[in-house]
Design a protein around this ligand. Structure first.
Ligand code: AR6
Length: 197
């Protein structure tokens, strides 16, 4: 499923493993300590190799870590990308602890970092909806709104943002949120079947 904007930029949803999808920048769902973990974080460090953690060690030494709602950049080791942006999503605590704003801030920060580095293609996982327990429908609405608004602005240089969603249920939640947010403006590219389209 994808949406093209009048300025030529594209927002895309796909099912897959984010470590296998070529991009200029891959976004990680990290933790404040920047020490790695399970889920997409574990997969990124495994596939990217030890260089990424070495860079995070230096950042941690200097800054003490990364606050929730923000992100730090490293190179991408063996991953098919130039950068990894390690974003720290909020832990879901019922929705009354500023979770939506913190989640929005993760996406905005990564997009700003992309602009500053001349990134044209950026891939996102579904930040916070695994170990951090953020309900996926709500998270999808926040994520899609921020990325859509960013891509639609003519002054922004990011050309393509891809949500690489790990399982069918997460993909479906994002696709439904996209239909709801964007109405009839979503295109189904030719050749994509109903399972993924
Ligand atoms: N590609 C794309 N998405 C993936 C992949 C992958 N290879 N692997 C998992 N996902 P999570 P969080 C999906 O738990 O909720 C870590 O331990 C997964 O199915 O990775 O932000 C960190 O170190 C889910 O839809 O991130 C933190 O401590 C989504 O990625 C904590 O978990 C996010 O799930 C962060 O929790």
């Amino acid at each position: 499923m994808e949406r093209r904007f009048p300025n030529g930029s594209v927002l895309r949803l796909m099912i897959g493993d984010i470590t296998k999808v070529p991009a200029d920048a891959i976004v990680n769902a990290a933790n404040s300590a920047l020490r790695g973990g399970g889920g997409v974080d574990g997969a990124i460090h495994r596939a990217g190799g030890p260089e990424i953690m070495k860079e995070l060690d230096v950042i941690r030494e200097r800054t003490g870590g990364c606050p929730t709602g923000s992100a730090v950049a490293t190179t991408a080791g063996r991953l098919p990308a130039r950068y990894v942006f390690h974003a720290v999503g909020p832990i879901w605590r019922g929705g009354t602890h500023n979770e939506a704003e913190l989640l929005a801030s993760c996406y905005r920060t990564c997009l700003q970092m992309a602009e500053e580095r001349g990134v044209q293609v950026i891939t996102f996982p579904s930040i916070s909806t695994g170990a951090y327990g953020y309900p996926v429908r709500e998270a999808a609405a926040v994520a899609l709104r921020i990325v859509r608004d960013w891509l639609a602005r003519p002054e922004n240089k990011v050309r393509e943002a891809v949500f690489v969603l790990f399982d069918e249920a997460t993909y479906r939640a994002y696709a439904e949120a996209a239909e709801k947010e964007f109405g009839g403006g979503l295109d189904r590219p030719a050749g994509v079947g109903s399972r993924t389209g």
